[in-house]
Design a protein around this ligand. Structure first.
Ligand SMILES: [Zn+2]
Length: 294
């Protein structure tokens, strides 16, 4: 899950085990990845559950083991679905609309030919040839609509989150070049038609990385560590993202933190605890991340 979220969706996540209070009913352990949305709330983006033999007992699912006795099977349950899609949209979107990472974008690049005045047939023919040259390595769409202006198309495809726009006008064609405009990160540039395929794939890889880095910087900038109840309450009230605390393991201490402003323990991390448990001041055995959540 973590690899998929980060490599394909450019959405960095925290991962770990759910505390018993948040565990899937009937599971021995539940594991989760949690992403942070722009409003400072956590999104449980994917979970997996070790169901042990509980469900096998309930449904009488057995297997014949090598010692020739029947035993209940061990089962797991995995879920990553629409919620992750919502997370993807919320994590990267901006005021101009959707922003999709190239690895999952239905169209990775759109070609917008400037079809006004002289040379329009040549421009359209060149745009078609660019499209067929880029496919199938790049999922490319040629927007040859004539009923709307190029400017209208620019906005339309930005809103739809297409990672890269390729503009081609009569002047570009005369100079044997096209203009590449990434959806994020700036860096509009003219590229010779001869090297276009290489330029497009390297810019798409750049965009994928830019999105991950932006989202990672946001996540890292929205994790605060609290060592006292007061610090914890203030961080939750400020809606500042994840609050990292030590936990002694006592349920009463978890309950005490839950009462501070509507946050829930999102996961128990594998990190080694440093500070005290903010609730009781005792020695922390775990590191737990709290947040308000969807
Ligand atoms: Zn405690």
């Amino acid at each position: 899950y973590r690899d998929f979220a980060e490599t394909d969706l450019s959405v960095p996540v925290l991962s770990g085990r759910k505390p018993d209070s948040e565990r899937f009913p009937g599971a021995l352990h539940s594991y989760t990845i949690e992403a942070l949305m722009p409003d400072g709330q956590a999104l449980q983006a994917g979970t997996s559950h070790n169901l042990g033999q509980n469900f096998a007992r309930a449904f009488n699912i057995k297997f014949l083991d090598s010692d020739n006795t029947e035993k209940f099977v061990w089962t797991t349950s995995w879920g990553l679905s629409w919620r992750m899609l919502g997370g993807l949209i919320m994590a990267h979107g901006d005021d101009r609309g959707l922003v999709l990472p190239p690895r999952v974008a239905p169209y990775q690049a759109v070609i917008v030919p400037i079809l006004s005045g002289k040379g329009r047939d040549e421009v359209l023919a060149a745009a078609r040839s660019i499209a067929s040259g880029l496919a199938p390595a790049v999922r490319v769409r040629l927007d040859d609509r004539t009923e709307v202006t190029p400017g209208w198309k620019f906005n339309d495809w930005e809103m739809r989150g297409v990672p890269l726009r390729i503009e081609l006008g009569p002047r570009d064609l005369a100079q044997r070049q096209a203009v590449l405009v990434p959806r994020v990160g700036g860096g509009k540039r003219s590229v010779p038609l001869d090297g276009l395929a290489e330029a497009v794939s390297s810019i798409l890889a750049e965009i994928q990385q830019t999105l991950l880095q932006q989202a990672k910087a946001y996540l890292d900038g929205h994790i605060v560590t609290a060592t006292t109840r007061e610090q914890f309450a203030a961080a939750i009230a400020a809606r500042s993202g994840f609050v990292r605390v030590g936990w002694c393991g006592a349920e009463a201490c978890e309950q005490a933190l839950r009462r501070e402003g509507g946050a829930s323990p999102r996961l128990i991390s594998t990190e080694t605890p440093g500070g005290p448990c903010p609730s009781c001041g005792g020695v922390a055995r775990h590191v737990v991340y709290y947040a308000r959540a969807y």
